[in-house]
Design a protein. Structure first.
Length: 640
């Protein structure tokens, strides 16, 4: 954006570093709190200049967390014409979700407090309530319950047992149930009982005061899995709370739904291996199918096997159990090769086992090879399992499942070998897109893991080489994506790929998107950025296009030389006066400087200036002209 169009918040809105010392944004990473703060500042300066978002509203958003805060910021931006008090709107939204914020935005008469009995003391946690939650999460649940009692159910207060039940379920699920009872407030006689019953249905251990004794069912003795359950290696990688939740839910289902078909220990072990979230989904599934399900344990075990979990096979006839051929049993040394870097041992094991199962049961004649497994490791567990599901669905039409997986990984920016693709299909980014290791030293990608920043960088490089060769994604755009985080960056990369035919300046699009989300992007690519040649370079005969660095420097055309400065000044003037929307980038300047004839360079620039608005991509035009002069890209343009 031109400088004159950029609006900033007034001084009072620039929240200092001390902002965090006030307890605002507790539990957030520095990057998340900075994102919220910058987005609020941007909205104040560009949308609500006459109604600035105040500190209390910022604090409220910090309490809700980054993801929810950005959703609300988007909401108020959409309602900008009808919204008189954006700060009040944000504070009210935060309070409705249980966040603790001040009451400056609401008249005193509108502030309701819970009766004394509902103010649950700090000792609440000493009773074992909310075990496994962070202090912020348990406080959020408690405050939301207090608010509901005061403002929605004053005649039917939510009691301590119901609060304990919500603590046992975890913050996210508790807030969903609170929203549910608020929506049903007119029809709900006993909100506490409703919450307790919901918690019990999901396997939480709570008291039985809300239910008549005759309705409480227990599992038979054999189903009370002892503490030693964990000593058998079941539930490895889960927290104690998660494994307890799975165990209790299974016990409840046996006692109340499948009394004649109890869920056995092997099925419980299978659910532990899948993780708490997936286990609860499957428990819900079998409860819904209770009338048609003869063997719930077998159903659960089969589901786990289909997702790549290794469990014993007592529930399946031996002839149905398939194994991958020996070559597919990837040894422990698999990880020593650098595969699956950044994943937990459980995640990499899950990917490996799922691939092994698919080879043994679906693709016996087309085994998934090690390179494909490595590609899935690079993408992460969640995405890998989605792709495994995809290839299983396409099994009849898929000749090469390994190639399919590798190509999918490469399209998402993962670094894998090229054995699955013919050499002529492998595209590389042009010189300026080979970002060196020093890239991170410039402060780009702060707060990201090495794997995440590498993923963003490689995806950008791939897009430049395969989708936007004439409109390369520059360093500033890469930096902007690093600032947004890996997940959001990949979404935007997907977006620009879909719009490739209509997008003149993908770098500008990415930078603008980042600025709209509160990220402060830097300048257009520093002039001193190093330029590298692409790997598969073949120069013309007689050394043209491949002059060594020493020879180039001897020409006196390197950075800091008079000729280089003349070219730079000329381009700067043209960017300011002719190509304001699509400025000539630093890479084009370096290519021109490498031609060795300043007179020829100025002739090319004058020709470009004459054509003016007819040229949509001046950088690409100059590079193409230079290529016609030199042939392929120079081996070394500059060694800065």
């Amino acid at each position: 954006m031109p400088p004159q169009q950029v609006q900033y918040a007034p001084p009072a809105q620039h929240y200092p570093q001390e902002f965090h010392a006030k307890g605002m944004g507790k539990g957030l990473s520095e990057q998340e709190s900075t994102t919220i703060h910058k987005r609020a500042t941007w909205l104040t300066g560009n949308v609500f200049q006459d109604r600035p978002i105040n500190e209390e509203a910022i604090q409220a958003m910090m309490s809700l967390g980054c993801a929810r805060a950005l959703e609300l910021f988007k909401e108020i931006e959409a309602k900008k014409d009808d919204l008189r008090n954006p700060s009040g709107y944000l504070i009210k939204a935060a309070r409705n979700e249980g966040a603790a914020v001040g009451h400056q935005q609401m008249p005193p008469q509108q502030v309701q407090y819970a009766p004394p009995a509902q103010h649950y003391p700090q000792e609440f946690h000493a009773k074992g309530m909310g075990k496994g939650l962070s202090e912020q999460e348990s406080t959020t649940i408690h405050k939301r319950a207090t608010w509901l009692t005061s403002n929605v159910f004053p005649d039917r207060p939510i009691n301590e047992e119901a609060i304990q039940a919500m603590m046992a379920l975890g913050c996210a699920r508790a807030l969903e149930l609170f929203k549910e009872i608020e929506a049903k407030n007119d029809d709900l006689r006993n909100p506490s009982g409703y919450l307790i019953k919901a918690a019990r249905n999901e396997g939480a251990a709570v008291g039985h005061q809300q239910m008549p004794p005759e309705q409480v069912q227990y599992a038979p003795p054999a189903q009370h899995y002892p503490q030693e359950f964990h000593a058998k290696g079941m539930g490895k990688g889960l927290s104690e709370q998660e494994s307890t939740t799975i165990h209790k839910r299974a016990t409840w289902l046996t006692g109340n739904v499948f009394q004649d078909r109890p869920i056995n220990e092997e099925a419980i072990q299978a659910m532990m291996s899948l993780g708490c979230a997936r286990a609860l989904e499957l428990f819900k599934e079998i409860e819904a199918k209770k009338d048609d399900l003869r063997n719930p344990s077998g159903y659960l075990i089969k589901a786990a096997l289909n997702e790549g979990v290794a469990v014993s096979h007592q529930q399946m006839p031996p002839q149905q159990v398939q194994y991958a051929p020996p070559a597919q049993h990837y040894p422990q040394e698999f990880h020593a090769k650098g595969m699956g870097k950044g994943l937990s041992e459980q995640e990499s094991t899950t990917i490996h086992k799922r691939a092994t199962w698919l080879t043994g049961n679906v693709f016996q004649d087309r085994p998934i090879n090690e390179e494909a497994i490595q590609a899935m490791m690079a993408l992460g567990c969640a995405r890998a399992l989605e792709l495994f599901k995809e290839i299983e669905a396409k099994k009849d039409d898929l000749r090469n499942p390994s190639g399919y997986l590798i190509k999918a990984a490469r399209n998402e920016g993962a670094a894998v070998g090229h054995q699955q693709m013919p050499p002529q299909q492998v595209q590389y980014a042009p010189p300026a897109q080979h970002y060196p290791q020093e890239f991170h030293a410039k402060g780009m990608g702060k707060g990201l893991s090495e794997q995440e920043s590498t993923t963003i960088h490689k995806r950008a490089t791939w897009l430049t080489g395969n989708v936007f060769p004439d409109r390369p994604i520059n360093e500033e755009a890469i930096q902007a994506m690093m600032s947004l985080g890996c997940a959001r960056a990949l979404e935007l990369f997907k977006e620009i790929e879909a719009k490739k035919d209509d997008l003149r300046n993908p770098s500008g699009y990415l930078i603008k998107a980042a600025q709209n989300e509160g990220v402060a992007a830097g300048v257009q690519m520093p002039a001193h950025a190093p330029v590298y040649a692409p790997p598969p370079f073949q120069g013309r005969g007689n050394g043209i296009g491949s002059a060594p660095a020493a020879q180039f420097q001897s020409m006196g055309k390197g950075k800091g030389s008079p000729d280089h400065d003349k070219i730079h000044r000329k381009v700067t003037w043209m960017n300011k006066n002719v190509f304001t929307e699509a400025p000539i980038d630093a890479e084009a300047i370096e290519v021109l400087a490498g031609l060795g004839s300043v007179e020829r360079v100025f002739a090319m620039l004058d020709d470009l200036q004459t054509k003016g608005a007819e040229v949509k991509n001046p950088s690409g035009y100059l590079k193409a002209s230079a290529k016609r002069e030199w042939g392929p890209w120079p081996r070394v343009i500059s060694d800065a």
